[in-house]
Design a binder for this molecule. Structure first.
Ligand code: CUA
Length: 179
């Protein structure tokens, strides 16, 4: 029992029992299996993206996003600008209490550098229905090199609880045919 000191203080000199060895082996092999599954899933699952992250002050990220919106807004939907930046360039989407802003309109089969960051709390960037999930923190921007390969409307939902408006925190990416 643990309330008495062990008779043999140097427990690591005690021989292992068969059961112990078996469980250590199972746990070790399972750990190895999971490790290689992560690498395999990066390629086969097409969900774990290779992303980069950089430090950025929220004010700077906000300025860059607004500058993009000012220059490339094509229309508004329910007061939210729909922004169509040129293909091949940098696009920004910011998370804040409680929205993903602005709506992006991207062209199919064109490459973009998508920058994501939060202006306040931790938010989740969950792109549906393709099920791409990222944690977005204030003070850091996540940069993804993406090439949308399907035309359609893709919803962004926040999947990190961020307060009373969490369930309303949504955004959108439209993928359209190139003009
Ligand atoms: Cu943002 Cu939940």
């Amino acid at each position: 029992m643990a309330i008495h000191s062990p008779k043999e203080r140097l427990w690591w000199n005690e021989p292992l029992t068969k059961v112990e060895v078996t469980w250590i082996a199972i746990a070790f092999l399972w750990g190895l299996f999971m490790f290689f599954t992560m690498i395999y899933w990066h390629f086969a699952g097409e969900q774990n993206l290779s992303n980069e992250s950089y430090r950025i002050r929220p004010e700077v990220f906000s300025e860059r996003t607004e500058a993009m919106a000012e220059q490339y807004t094509v229309r508004e939907e329910a007061g939210v600008p729909v922004v169509r930046p040129p293909a091949g360039g940098d696009v920004y989407m910011l998370g804040r209490l409680w929205e993903w802003w602005p709506i992006l309109e991207l062209e199919k089969d064109k490459q973009y550098r998508l920058h994501l960051s939060s202006l306040d709390w931790q938010h989740g960037f969950s792109l549906q229905p393709v099920n791409i999930n990222l944690q977005i923190h204030p003070g850091y921007e996540m940069v993804l090199t993406i090439t949308p390969d399907e035309v359609g409307e893709f919803s962004v939902v926040c999947n990190e609880f961020c307060g009373i408006g969490h369930h309303q925190m949504v955004g959108r990416i439209n993928v359209v045919e190139p003009q």
